[in-house]
Design a protein around this ligand. Structure first.
Ligand code: FAD
Length: 429
């Protein structure tokens, strides 16, 4: 079959890689580089080059089984991985003493860190415990509802909990309050530390996540067409069926038997808008909200807590409307380089690189839209892929969406079978 994949982020690259041995696959990517939300920067330091991820970075060691299975199939092994203790500091804007510095018992003494626990720590723990319970709040309770049940209190809610949860997607505090609590807190719930006084340990790739997307892209060779944005997809057959025509902004027009749209949802809605049948079915895609975010890689310590003993891997500066996150690469042994979501404050000094992203904001309404999308068939010959379709919008959900799309096209494809078997092995090991 002639198959087009639109978008070369993790989801599109994985879909294309899965289908390539058995089909004639072409990937149309709008940007000059593959990877989408994976953007690895190589920094020259006195100790040699260090890879730093500006976009997606953290992988859950316990939960991201499909991603790990894919990594292993592509030869990315344990030697290519490093462990990051995901400690957290939250400081209210205009103050210097943090409201929370989570402990990391195994490393704090050596690292010269001083945890700040107290009431905020206990209330966040109560919130997470309530969120993890199936009853009585149920699976769809919002952050605000769950915080009330857990008696978090206004001070901790507004100054610690909401800024922390909002920082994951760079959204406003009011949007974080409206998120389903289980999704908002999933990053904390899915990989809990062994004991409360330990930090949760997450996986990074030493060469950055581009190690994986680079291998996927390399395997595609000249099937990957960069700087080739797609303007529209339309169906020539009845009811949105094949052949499907892909039109690029450069004026190219190509016919395919199958198309996989692996762009963010809002862009997918735009691409499908020109075809009356597809547009009507895709209208829901346009209702998934994205927040534009700018992330700066820099060396400006003003974005960190005032005292170094309070530094964590993740540092939140809590404003009235947002929680601004600064990740410290030094927590994983790299030099003192930071990546900050620029929301309220001016750009930092000593910027190395800035990148713009659109981040899905998974409010309760967006979650309902997404669940409807799951059962929706846009066309017998057009599939969607993308991290927004599954679970918590992560690298794992991108790979799972790719496997799902590839299976819909060719359930007995050779790499589809290999990845499914590898996921089973990873899940049971
Ligand atoms: C700043 C940030 C940090 C994140 N951190 C993490 C993290 O630490 N861990 C984690 O697991 N997840 C993280 N995520 C979630 C992230 O969204 C997923 O991990 C994943 O990378 C998304 O993959 P995707 O392929 O679905 O979408 P994308 O990566 O967005 O890829 C979509 C691709 O489509 C292309 N495209 C768009 N329009 C067109 C067009 N018209 N024609 C052709 N191509 C087009 C884009 O250029 C892009 O390459 C983060 C996301 C962001 C934005």
């Amino acid at each position: 079959m002639r198959i087009a994949v639109i978008g070369a982020g993790t989801a599109g690259l994985t879909t294309a890689w899965l289908l390539t041995p058995d089909h004639d696959v072409t990937v149309h990517e709008g940007a000059r580089h593959p990877g989408g939300a994976v953007r690895t920067h190589t920094l020259d330091t006195q100790r040699g080059p260090v890879a730093l991820d500006l976009g997606a970075q953290h992988l859950s060691p316990g939960e991201f089984t499909a991603h790990r299975a894919l990594r292993r199939l592509l030869g990315v092994g344990e030697d290519d991985e490093t462990t990051v203790p995901l400690t957290l500091t939250v400081t209210a804007a205009g103050t210097e003493t943090p409201l929370l510095v989570t402990p990391d018992a195994a490393r704090d003494a050596d690292a010269g860190r001083t945890p700040v626990t107290g009431p905020a720590w206990e209330r966040i723990a109560a919130f997470l415990a309530e969120t993890a319970r199936p009853e009585p709040v149920g699976t769809r309770a919002t952050v605000a509802e769950t915080a009330e049940t857990a008696k978090v209190g206004d001070e901790t809610l507004d100054k610690v909990l909401l800024p922390w949860l909002a920082s994951y997607s760079g959204c406003r505090l009011k949007d974080a309050a409206a998120m389903p609590a289980r999704y908002a807190a999933a990053w904390a719930l899915r990989t809990p530390p062994d004991r409360p006084e330990d930090a949760a340990l997450w996986t990074n790739l030493t060469g950055g996540l581009a190690t994986l997307t680079g291998r996927l892209a390399h395997a595609l060779g000249d099937r990957l067409r960069l700087s080739d944005p797609v303007a529209a997809v339309s169906a020539q057959g009845p009811g949105g069926s094949a052949p499907l025509t892909v039109r690029t902004t450069a004026g190219g027009e190509y016919a395919y038997d199958r198309v996989v749209v692996a762009t963010p949802a809002a862009e997918a809605a735009r691409i499908l808008a020109a075809d009356p049948v597809l547009a009507e079915r895709a209208v829901l895609l346009g209702r998934l909200p994205y927040e534009p975010v700018t992330v700066a890689l820099h060396r400006d310590p003003r974005f960190m807590p005032a005292e170094r003993r309070h530094w964590s891997a993740v540092n939140i500066h809590a404003h009235d409307e947002r929680g601004e996150a600064t990740f410290w690469f030094g927590a994983a042994g790299a030099p003192d380089v930071f990546k900050s979501w620029i929301t309220h404050r001016d750009q930092p000094d000593d910027v190395i690189r800035t990148e713009r992203f659109d981040h899905l904001v998974l409010t309760a309404e967006a979650d309902a839209v997404r669940r409807t999308l799951h059962g929706l068939r846009l066309s017998p010959h057009l599939q969607l892929a993308g991290s927004y379709l599954h679970d918590i919008d992560s690298q794992e959900s991108a790979v799972r969406s790719a496997l799902h799309a590839a299976q819909e096209i060719d359930v007995s494809g050779s790499r589809v079978a290999r990845l499914r078997a590898a996921v089973r092995t990873e899940t049971t090991s």
